[in-house]
Design a protein around this ligand. Structure first.
Ligand SMILES: C[S@@+](CC[C@H](N)C(=O)[O-])C[C@H]1O[C@@H](n2cnc3c(N)ncnc32)[C@H](O)[C@@H]1O
Length: 274
């Protein structure tokens, strides 16, 4: 597949193909990074959501959307993959939490009125879409003044296309190497969850759209957002004792980047107009 062919339609097809296996393994708790590191850290970063009208942008089959709803948010989930949304809706029918799911790209939220959400949360999805500028503009539009966009992505400075680990003879990671940080060609990455899934299970095939840190930050600023907080979670010593595979992310680099950005009450566009 040529990178130029990685349109949103193609991204949706990749995620449709991933969906059944993804839902099965996530629902079994086999996504160990999510369970033991990312979700505890990110939900703390998100903070209280009770009573908030929230959009989960790139919600997948809805695992974290359901956690948001159980924390008291009124949630709508959107995903570009119809298969993911079908699975999310089936789960909502099985155990209703009042969540509405729609097939939509986070770069085209025309289903929604201006200023109708208090909160847009996106879990590990914005690096998987080709149009970050479109997504930032649309998310800004649907947020109420004072509303927040809070998202997690793989850290763009460390999880580059050419990243790799150097390990000693005991398998202890002594350094992380980074390469091709400025490479902006989309590519398809194949990986499995770190967890008890069989190592010969089919890997997920995930289109990735690499961006630099400045591209993320400047795109948000251009859309009108004000950055409120950046998070770079580091596993605790206790977590590393319990899950030694986390140790390298305590010692050398951070795997995830969290961003909380606010739509200012009196919004100022990049041209400086109020
Ligand atoms: C790594 S998965 C994360 C799913 C979910 N947020 C979770 O934490 O389980 C990325 C998701 O982003 C979705 N996605 C990719 N591009 C998208 C886009 N332009 N609009 C909406 N969803 C998109 C994919 O279909 C996939 O479900």
């Amino acid at each position: 597949m040529e990178p130029s062919e990685l349109s949103e339609e193609e991204v949706a097809r990749y995620w449709d193909r991933n969906a059944d296996l993804w839902a099965e393994q996530v629902r079994k708790g086999w996504d160990y990074y999510r369970e033991h590191f990312n979700n505890p850290a990110f939900f703390e970063f998100v903070g209280a959501v009770t009573g908030k009208a929230a959009l989960d942008a790139g919600c997948g089959e809805g695992y974290n959307t359901r956690l948001l709803a159980r924390s008291g948010a009124r949630v709508i989930g959107v995903d570009i993959s119809k298969k993911m949304i079908d699975l999310a809706r089936q789960e909502e029918q099985r155990e209703p939490l009042g969540i509405r799911y729609e097939v939509a790209s986070f770069s085209d939220l025309s289903l929604f009125d201006d200023e109708c959400f208090d909160l847009v949360v996106s879990f590990m999805a914005l690096m998987d879409g080709p149009d970050l500028g479109g997504a930032s503009g649309e998310i800004f539009r649907v947020l109420r003044p004072g509303g927040k966009l809070i998202f997690s992505i793989t850290h763009p400075c460390f999880m580059t296309k050419g990243y790799g680990w150097v390990e000693d003879e005991n398998g202890y990671a002594t350094k992380l190497t980074v390469a091709d940080y400025f490479g902006d060609e989309p590519y398809v990455e194949r990986w499995r969850f770190k967890g008890p899934a069989p190592t010969d299970a089919r890997p997920f095939a995930v289109p990735v759209f690499p961006r630099t840190l400045s591209e993320y930050v400047n795109t948000l600023i251009r859309a009108g957002f004000v950055l409120e907080e950046i998070g770079e979670p580091r596993p605790s010593e206790d977590a590393c004792k319990e899950h030694p595979w986390l140790q390298r992310w305590r010692d050398h680099a951070t795997l995830f980047l969290y961003v909380r950005a606010v739509k200012p009450a009196a919004s100022i566009s990049s041209e400086g107009q109020a």
